[in-house]
Each structure stands twice: as C-alpha cells, then as structure tokens.
Design a protein around this ligand. Structure first.
Ligand code: GLU
Length: 304
C-alpha cells in the first residue's frame, strides 16, 4: 500500500474543500492559531511513515491527552476504576453538568471532561508529582524528550475553566472527587496543554496500534487487554457526541481534541493523525474527519 501517494492525493483533493468550521475560542490562547494549518502523518507497524503539510508543527493536543491520563490510571488500578467512571458513550456534550447531576456524579466515560477529572484525581492520589509522570509517560512512548506542556495555554484555560471547576465541585459533592479541586484542575489543564506535532502523536499512538508495545524496542508498556479496552473506549466515546458519525464515516478507534487534532488507529496496522484547527459544530476537526474518511475509503482498511 502506497500510503504516501494516498496522503498527497487527500491533501490535493481537500485544497479547495469548503471548510466552514470554526476555531475554538473558549480557551483564548487557542484562538491565536492560524486556522488554515493542515497536516497529516501516518505511521505503520512496519516502521515506515508518510506525511503531508504541517505535520511537524506542534499544536495543542487538548482532549487527545485524556488517553495518556487514562492509560496511567489503568496501569495503576484494576477494575475498581470502573466503579467511579462508566464506559458508555455520553450522547451529550463533553462538559455536560446536567447529565452528571442526573447520574449521581458518575461520569459516563473517561473521555468526557468529568471522566478525565476523576482520572486526574486518581493520578493525584497515587503519584507525588502527577504532571511529571504524565510527561515522563508521553516522552517514553514517543521517544521524544522535548515534548512539553504549553504553559500559556494551560494558564489561559485556568482563567476560563469555570465549567470544569463546576464539574469537579459537583462530583466532590457526590463523593467522587477525593483531592483538592484546584490542584486537580491545574494538573488537568496542564495535561490538555501538551504541545505535539502530528508526527509525534502518530508515533506515540503506535502503542495503541501495536498491542501496548513500543514499536522500536518491543518493550511492553501496557498489557494487550488494557490496550483493547482503551481502543474500545476510543471507538465508542472518542469524538464527543459524534462517535457514531466517526465510526460510520471513518471506521477506526480514535480521539479528537478542540485544538483540531484527530488521532485514529488501525490495530496492528497503523496510527494516523490529522490536524486542522477549524472545528465542526460537534467540536471535531472538520477537515480532519474528511481526510480520515478518505483515508479509510482509499485504502479499504477500516476495522469493520
Ligand atoms: N481542555 C479542554 C476542556 O477541558 C479540552 C476539551 C477538548 O479538547 O475536548 O475544555
């Protein structure tokens, strides 16, 4: 399969694609990004890779980072984790207070904000320095030591993160948050602020395409059963209220973020990442979804 040829074709086809998406502005720092950025990267299990456009430029990965927090929590905890967080698609917005109230402070899944906040609470109970552990994990599985948080994005979100604070307080009232709320929010905002390129993300997510092993060294970081479960959650819950649409159009597990990045993986084949900052109404990269749909159509590879 000539992935490079396919990626160039997709880039060419989408040059004049009508993109009426909108860049996220509710975190003011994110609105400074050039909305026309567009890049993609595909990393294969045989070690080859292909790319186009702005694939090497770092951007704010936002909710894609929830996969890393979840992975660490699943390494630390057994099935008791699922008493505090459910594994169902939310069917509502990623920061819904209403659903959380109705469901007694138990988040629908680890990828909506309330779920990611419970995960952060768990990391804070288990680690002395959770932010360092998150960085250590990403640097290890990507093999890129220079990956870091973007403090200006984290601080910008901190000033405007009232809804996340409300979610944490509501869960504390239900007894599902154990630690100090400001500390949890600080860690969560820093995790979301991780800046990575499509290439770095594609390499990192090979862990999830390669049964929990780092591709180059074959070192097992996570047992395959835990990887299977994370992939199942990405499939059913990775795209806000559009996980069904993504499964229907693209047919791969994945995770998106409001920075305009989307990661998709084909277990035992490849990881693919697209970045285009303009989002559709559901908060997913409009061009990113279009590009990945074309990828699975052209290759004929989807998990279905
Ligand atoms: N830091 C963002 C928030 O909490 C993440 C949103 C996202 O990418 O889905 O609102």
């Amino acid at each position: 399969m000539n992935y490079q040829k396919i990626l160039f074709e997709i880039e060419e086809e989408l040059k004049d694609f009508p993109n009426n998406g909108k860049i996220a502005t509710y975190i003011p720092e994110l609105s400074k990004v050039n909305p026309d950025k567009f890049g993609g990267y595909l990393y294969c299990v045989n070690g080859t890779h292909s790319s186009f456009g702005d694939a090497e430029e770092r951007f704010s990965i936002q909710s894609i980072s929830k996969t890393f927090g979840l992975s660490l929590a699943m390494l630390l905890k057994g099935d008791e984790l699922w008493k505090r967080i459910d594994v169902e698609p939310s069917g509502s917005s990623y920061n819904s207070l209403y659903q959380l109230e109705r469901e007694n402070g138990i988040p629908r899944n680890p990828f909506i904000n309330s779920g990611a906040l419970v995960i952060t609470d768990i990391l804070l109970s288990e680690y002395d320095h959770p932010k360092d552990e998150i960085l250590k994990f990403v640097r290890k599985i990507s093999g890129v030591e220079s990956i870091d948080f973007d403090e200006s994005v984290a601080e910008s979100e901190k000033l405007h993160g009232h809804r996340n604070a409300a979610l944490a307080h509501l869960m504390k009232a239900f007894g599902n948050i154990h630690n100090d709320i400001n500390t949890i929010l600080d860690i969560y905002f820093y995790q979301c602020s991780l800046a990575m390129s499509c290439g770095e993300l594609a390499k990192t997510f090979m862990l999830y395409a390669n049964e929990g092993k780092i591709l180059e060294t074959n070192e097992e970081i996570m047992p395959p059963i835990k990887i299977q479960r994370i992939n199942a959650l990405m499939q059913t819950c990775g795209f806000y209220d559009e996980a069904g649409e993504f499964a229907f159009r693209v047919g791969l597990p994945g995770k998106s973020g409001v920075g305009g990045g989307i990661v998709a993986i084909h277990p035992e084949k490849y990881s693919a990442v697209v970045w285009s900052p303009k989002l559709n109404e559901k908060g997913n990269s409009l061009l990113g979804m279009e590009a990945l749909e074309r990828l699975t159509k052209k290759t004929g590879f989807s998990i279905f």
